[in-house]
Design a protein around this ligand. Structure first.
Ligand code: NAG
Ligand code: NAG
Ligand code: NAG
Length: 190
């Protein structure tokens, strides 16, 4: 009972101010679009996938995207949209622009207009580089060939062994056959 009032008197103002601060921050969070986008220059190898994102702290009302002076997505609302090689997904406060096979025509300055509770402009440059020349993976490619070689060798050995046994068997039988044939001819005679 003694400590309770003193604790509350000490803590109530700071608690109250904290709550007020949190409430105001929360209110700010709800009303201001804090944008976070892919920045600067995005460089991808030609033919590969390029992904640009823009996130805001509110839900998007719509997104407009230009490539240099051309509009590629105009006031795009929530959802998934596709135009030529571009795919735009707007979901909540997240917008993602994807190019699956980046070519020279896709490069340039992308300008985004992000409309949440307010509006905000962002820029990102897309650049393509020459695709990396993949070094030939010789050991991996040779592996199936050696396996086939081993299989062929095993089959050959088994085959030779089989032929060998057959020859032995025939020889063994041919030693008996004169007797059989003579007995047959003997039988025919009678
Ligand atoms: C805004 O809200 C998010 C969660 O919705 C939170 O992580 C972030 O800290 C908040 N920002 C401010 C400034 O209150
Ligand atoms: C936007 O949000 C997505 C999903 O959380 C994340 O993958 C992406 O990196 C974010 N973009 C930026 C620029 O922070
Ligand atoms: C774009 O990529 C090329 C290499 O393909 C490079 O020479 C050039 O400096 C890059 N441009 C920018 C703006 O980064």
């Amino acid at each position: 009972m003694k400590t309770w009032p003193s604790l509350s008197t000490v803590h109530t103002p700071s608690m109250l101010s904290l709550l007020l601060l949190a409430a105001s921050l929360n209110a700010q969070n709800q009303s201001w679009d804090i944008a976070n986008c892919t920045k600067g220059v995005l460089s991808v190898p030609r033919g590969s996938r390029a992904v640009m994102t823009c996130n805001i702290s509110n839900n998007f009302s719509y997104v407009t995207v230009w490539l240099d002076d051309e509009i590629i997505f105009n006031k795009t609302p929530q959802g998934y949209f596709r135009w030529k090689g571009w795919e735009l997904q707007v979901q909540g406060g997240q917008a993602q622009l994807v190019i699956n096979h980046t070519q020279d025509v896709h490069t340039g300055l992308y300008s985004w207009y992000l409309r949440g509770c307010q509006g905000d402009f962002r820029n990102v440059t897309l650049n393509v580089s020459d695709p990396l020349i993949q070094p030939k993976r010789v050991p991996l490619e040779a592996e199936p060939e050696t396996l086939t070689g081993v299989l062929v060798a095993v089959i050959l050995i088994l085959g030779l062994a089989g032929i060998g046994t057959l020859i032995c068997y025939k020889r063994h039988r041919s030693k008996k056959s004169p007797w059989i044939s003579t007995s047959v001819t003997d039988l025919r005679r009678f």
